[in-house]
Design a protein around this ligand. Structure first.
Ligand SMILES: *[C@@H]1O[C@H](CO)[C@@H](O)[C@H](O)[C@H]1NC(C)=O
Length: 152
């Protein structure tokens, strides 16, 4: 019974939401920024990059959830990598872009295999917390004082 009610509610909602579509990025060059843009759907959006045409493969990149309809990313995958962008919205619907490939640029120094991008999780200045124990061990003498200065 409850299931039926839920399904009916969903049906009444669906026509109000236009399915998301994500644009296929162009000029994807290693180490240069590109912008993903999309329309429709419902925030928040979950953007990821998957191997081209393989929706069930593990994503190569995942990005923090977005409330806007665009996301800039510095291409840090190797040239030659074939990708599709996958955009899931808050309804769970997933839109895919066409396939695109990373082109070689003037630099390869940014290649980064880390899957989870951006979001600033921990990378910024943190690390000041806790762990101060041990610095206070004042009971030990400085050591050198116990030995006689002139050993010979
Ligand atoms: C790779 O990207 C992650 C997430 O953006 C970042 O934390 C990490 O420092 C990067 N590694 C290199 C080698 O640039």
């Amino acid at each position: 019974m409850k299931f039926f009610v839920t399904a009916a509610a969903l049906v009444s909602l669906v026509p109000a939401i236009l399915a998301a579509t994500i644009n296929t990025p162009t000029n994807v060059v290693e180490c240069e920024p590109i912008q993903f843009t999309w329309t429709g759907g419902q925030a928040p959006y979950y953007l990821s990059l998957i191997p081209a045409g393989q929706p069930s493969a593990n994503p190569l990149k995942t990005f923090p959830s977005q409330t806007g309809t665009s996301y800039s990313w510095t291409v840090d995958l190797q040239s030659g990598t074939a990708l599709s962008a996958a955009l899931k919205d808050s309804t769970g619907a997933i839109a895919y872009s066409d396939k695109f490939s990373v082109m070689a640029g003037t630099s390869t120094s940014c290649a980064n295999t880390t899957v989870s991008e951006g979001g600033g999780s921990g990378s910024s200045s943190g690390g000041s917390s806790g762990g101060s124990s041990g610095s206070s061990g004042g009971s030990s003498t400085s050591g050198s004082g116990s030995s006689p200065s002139g050993s010979s």
